[in-house]
Ligand binder design. Structure first.
Ligand SMILES: Nc1ncnc2c1ncn2[C@@H]1O[C@H](COP(=O)(O)OP(=O)(O)OP(=O)(O)O)[C@@H](O)[C@H]1O
Ligand SMILES: C[C@@H](N)C(=O)O
Length: 555
C-alpha cells in the first residue's frame, strides 16, 4: 500500500510535524507500505518531496532565506521554493492509497484536512472529522468533558473585541477572584503549549502581556522602534517569524490595515510609519490571530498524559499513563528543546489511581466520539490535609486536552506507551494505519473499496505473522552510546521487516539479558538496568493483557 506521509502544514506546530514526518518515513514497515513524502506548505499546498528534504534541521532550514531572514514559505514567492512536485488533491490517488497524517494544530488536526481527504475519497490516519473538530477546541472540550464526567474546573472566556473595550484592570480583578492565582491563559486552538501562558502574580501588566501573546498580537511603540539600531530592528523582525513563540508572518499592522509579508517588509513599513509620526503605539496581529481566549484555574498536582487505542469493535483501551514531573512549566521548550522534564510510566501513585485515570480516559475517548487513537492529558491532585477528625479533600483526577494527532517524534509519549503493551515503533504505525482504515469504513462512504483495502492489509498481516523471519540479534554493551546505537539498529531492522530483531544486553562477560520491547524506551543504560532488575508494575502487566486482542495482530 502506498502511504502518503503528510507533514509540515499551515499551523504553528509545523516544525513538530517535521519530526513526525521523519519518524513515519523511517519506521513504516517496508514489507507492507511504500512511503511517499507529502510536504504541506504554509499556504496549504501539497508537494511530493524526496527524503533528503527531511534531512534539514527544520522547515525554515529547508527553504531559501528572504533578504537575510530565515522565514517560512508564506514569506517567499512560493514558485519553485519548495523542492518538490506540487500536486492537487484530485491527483492524490495517482501517488498514494492512504494519507498518514503527521501534522498538528489548526487545519491539520481540526477536521479541515480530514474533510478534504474524505471529499477526495482518500483514507487517512487518526480520528475522523468529529473527534478532530472537538480535539482542537479547548473551550468546547472543557464543556463536553464536564458533561461526560461531571468534572469541576473553573474557567472563563473573553473575545478580543470585548477585551479591547473592557476595563482590563477590573476584568483581571474579577478573574482572579473567580479563578484564584495563578491564572492559566490559553489560545484555544493551539497545541504543544503554544499560546499557553501562566500568570502567577497579581500584576495587570503581566496579565495584559499574556493575553496579547495568546491572542497572537503584540504592541510596539513607534518611538521605541525609531530608537532601535539596524541590528535591533533586524532581530525584532526575525524573532517575529518564530511561530512557536511569536506571531509569525504574514501579519497585519492593525493601525493601518496593511499586511507585512516578511521581516524586511515589516521593517520598511514600520520605518515609514515612524518617520511620519513616531508618537503612536502600533498593534501587530497574526493573520491567524485567536478571536477568543480561555482562562482556567491553575490545577496543582501530578501531571499525566495517557494514550488510548481501540479494537475492531470500537472498544477503547487506555495505555499506561505517563507522569511528567520535574518541570515548572511544561512549555514548548520543555516539550521539545530541553530535557528538564522527567517522565515515568505509570504515574507515581496507587494502582487504583492509575486504573481510574485509564477508565476516565476510555470514557472520554468513547463519549467524545474520538476514534483510532488519541492522547488525553490531565492532573491528579493531592489529598488535602485532614482537619481535626475530618479527612482532607480527596484526590481528584481532572482531564483536559484530547490530542487527536499526538506528537510523533520517535520518543513521543504515545510510542513509549505503545511499547509498554509490546508494540515497537513500526508495529505502532501499522496499528495506526490499519485501525484508521477500519474506522473510515464506519463513515459509510466508499465502503466497498475501503473494506477491500482492509481485507488485503489483513491478509498481508496474517501472512507476515505466519512467516518465521530469521532472528537478527543486536548486541550492545553497558554504555548509553551503545544502547542508543543498538536501538536505532533495532528500529531500522523492524521497519525493514526482513528479519526479527532482538536486542541482547551484554552486561558483562558472564551476564546478558534479552531486552523485551517494553524496555525499548528506557532513556539510559542505568534506567534499563533498573528496569531489568525490578518486577514489572502490575498496571503494565494488566494493560498489556487487556490490549492483547489488539496487539496480537501486529506482534
Ligand atoms: N489548568 C491548568 N493548570 C495548571 N497547569 C496547566 C493547566 N492547563 C495547562 N497547564 C500546563 O500547561 C501545559 C500546556 O497546556 P495544554 O496541555 O492545554 O497545551 P497544549 O498546547 O494543548 O499541549 P499539547 O498539544 O502538547 O498537549 C500543560 O502541559 C500543563 O503543564
Ligand atoms: C503535538 C502535540 N500537540 C502533542 O499533543 O503531542
Amino acid at each position: 500500500m502506498r502511504i502518503g506521509i503528510f507533514f509540515g502544514g499551515p499551523s504553528r506546530e509545523r516544525d513538530v510535524s517535521f519530526a513526525g514526518g521523519r519518524t513515519a518515513l523511517a519506521n513504516l514497515n517496508k514489507a507492507l507500505f511504500d512511503p511517499v513524502l507529502v510536504f504541506v506548505s504554509g499556504w496549504g499546498r501539497f508537494y511530493i518531496v524526496e527524503p533528503e528534504f527531511l534531512e534539514n534541521t527544520s522547515i525554515r532550514a529547508a527553504l531559501p532565506e528572504q533578504d537575510g531572514f530565515s522565514v517560512y514559505d508564506e514569506s517567499l514567492e512560493e514558485e519553485d521554493v519548495i523542492p518538490g512536485e506540487q500536486v492537487e488533491p484530485e491527483w492524490f490517488e495517482d501517488y498514494f492509497d492512504m494519507a498518514f497524517l503527521a501534522m498538528h494544530g489548526p487545519d491539520c488536526e481540526d477536521g479541515a484536512i480530514q474533510g478534504l481527504l474524505e471529499w477526495h475519497k482518500m483514507p487517512y490516519t487518526g480520528p475522523g472529522i468529529l473527534g478532530s473538530g472537538l480535539g482542537i477546541n479547548k473551550i468546547l472540550q472543557n464543556n463536553l468533558i464536564a458533561l461526560v464526567n461531571g468534572q469541576q474546573k473553573k474557567t472563563a472566556t473573553i473575545t478580543r473585541d470585548v477585551w479591547n473595550q473592557a476595563d482590563q484592570g477590573a476584568f483581571f480583578t474579577s478573574l482572579v477572584s473567580h479563578l484564584g492565582l495563578p491564572v492559566v491563559v490559553k489560545a484555544p486552538h493551539q497545541g504543544s503549549s503554544i499560546g499557553v501562558a501562566i500568570v502567577r502574580e497579581n500584576d495587570l501588566g503581566t496579565f495584559q502581556k499574556a493575553v496579547g501573546q495568546c491572542f497572537f498580537t503584540t504592541t510596539l511603540s513607534l518611538s521605541d522602534w525609531a530608537a532601535m539600531d539596524e541590528q535591533a530592528k533586524h532581530e525584532y523582525a526575525q524573532r517575529t517569524a518564530t511561530l512557536s513563540s511569536a506571531i509569525g508572518y504574514p501579519l497585519i499592522i492593525e493601525n493601518t490595515g496593511e499586511y507585512a509579508m516578511h521581516p524586511a517588509d515589516l521593517i520598511e513599513k514600520l520605518d515609514d510609519e515612524a518617520d511620519e509620526d513616531a508618537d503612536r503605539i502600533f498593534t501587530l496581529a497574526s493573520v491567524n490571530a485567536e478571536d477568543e481566549l480561555l482562562f482556567e484555574e491553575f490545577i496543582s498536582g501530578q501531571e499525566f498524559s495517557c494514550g488510548v487505542i481501540q479494537d475492531d469493535d470500537g472498544l477503547a483501551v487506555a495505555l499506561p499513563p505517563t507522569e511528567i514531573y520535574n518541570a515548572e512549566a511544561f512549555d514548548y521548550e520543555t516539550k521539545y528543546l530541553n530535557s528538564v522534564a522527567k517522565k515515568r510510566i505509570p504515574v507515581g501513585t496507587s494502582l487504583e489511581n492509575n486504573r481510574a485515570i485509564q477508565v476516565g480516559i476510555e470514557q472520554l475517548f468513547t463519549k467524545l466520539g474520538i476514534n483510532v487513537y488519541s492522547r488525553i492529558d490531565g492532573f491528579l491532585t493531592p489529598e488535602g490535609p485532614a482537619r481535626g477528625d475530618e479527612p482532607g479533600e480527596p484526590q481528584r483526577i481532572l482531564f483536559h486536552d484530547p490530542n487527536t494527532i499526538p506528537g510523533m517524534s520517535p520518543t513521543s509519549l504515545i510510542f513509549k506507551q505503545m511499547a509498554e503493551i509490546g508494540m515497537n515503533l513500526s508495529d505502532s504505525l501499522t496499528y495506526l494505519i490499519r485501525q484508521s482504515l477500519r474506522e473510515r469504513i464506519r463513515t459509510g462512504k466508499d465502503t466497498h473499496r475501503l473494506k477491500q483495502m482492509l481485507t488485503e492489509l489483513d491478509a498481508k498481516l496474517a501472512t507476515r505473522k505466519a512467516t518465521m523471519l530469521p532472528e537478527q540479534v543486536i548486541h550492545f554493551g553497558p554504555t548509553d552510546d551503545d544502547w542508543n546505537r543498538a536501538r536505532a539498529e533495532y528500529n531500522a531492522a523492524a521497519a525493514l521487516a526482513e528479519t526479527r530483531p532482538q536486542l541482547v544486553y551484554l552486561k558483562s562477560k558472564v551476564e546478558n539479558h534479552e531486552v523485551p520491547v517494553y524496555f525499548l524506551f528506557k532513556d539510559t543504560i542505568a534506567d534499563l538496568e533498573e528496569a531489568l532488575a525490578s518486577p514489572r508494575h502490575p498496571l503494565l502487566i494488566e494493560t498489556q493483557e487487556r490490549a492483547r486482542h489488539i496487539t496480537e495482530r501486529y506482534v
